[in-house]
Design a protein around this ligand. Sequence first.
Ligand code: PAF
Length: 287
Amino acid sequence: VQLIRDIEEMKNVAASSRGEGKSIGLVPTMGDFHPGHLSLFRLSRERVQVLVVSVFVNPTQFGPGEDYEAYPRDLDADARMAQGEGVDLLFHPDVDRMYPDGYATYVQVAGLEDLLCGLSRPGHFRGVATVCLKLFHIVKPHLVVFGQKDGQQAVIVRKMIDELNLDVEMMIGPTVREPDGLAMSSRNRYLDEEERREASVLYAALRHAEVLIESGERNPEAVAGRMRALIERAPRARLEYVSLVDARTLKNVDVLMGDVLIALSCWFGKARLIDNLLLNIPSNETA
Ligand code: PAF
């Protein structure tokens, strides 16, 4: 795998690959690869000729007091894993080249960023959308691949691609889970043994919601209430939100029907964990 740090060099390599008629795939990441990342590399690897993975812990998506400094960084380990997955280029730009002094340009997807995770992380999705657009311009991908685990991020980036008329196809890879259901995340490293054991309650709550809905429940508050009660049984869980929303607008729904995102965020110790399920719910009329 070739490491590129320089933005101009990355732009030139991307432009010449395009000039040679090669398709480019980009998987944007913040590094610290786990099997969830590797699954996205594989999805993209099958589809493109040049596979670029960006590794950039993006300061503009972290709020004051969040874990920007603590976020795990290990480029050597990442490079080895990328090599093993057949990644062609690792793009790892410097922070002060991405955001030089006086940097002032941001992308905002209004209406979607002040909901769910955006409520407790103001400015987070503005930072995500901004860095994604910058990366898309630098790497010039035909295909970008994101993970369903960051469900709100996926909805926001898709809307940005659509509304800014970007010529890029987006794929969303399924969430990869530990054997007990916990969604893979770099932040799982922050959990101690007890917290780690209890954190499996998050996926259990999502599955419980799915079972309730399968058995005919269509009231979002009833489902959310049962999920909250289950999660609150874990002594170390500090629940932030459980929401059942329209999968496209992220707005609350009155009745569970059609494409619904069940999303949650919960703290265990120092770790803020998120997870979600995307369901297509049939109407109850025939039941
Ligand atoms: O999902 C992530 O790791 C980040 O939010 C992303 C998309 C790489 C932007 O910094």
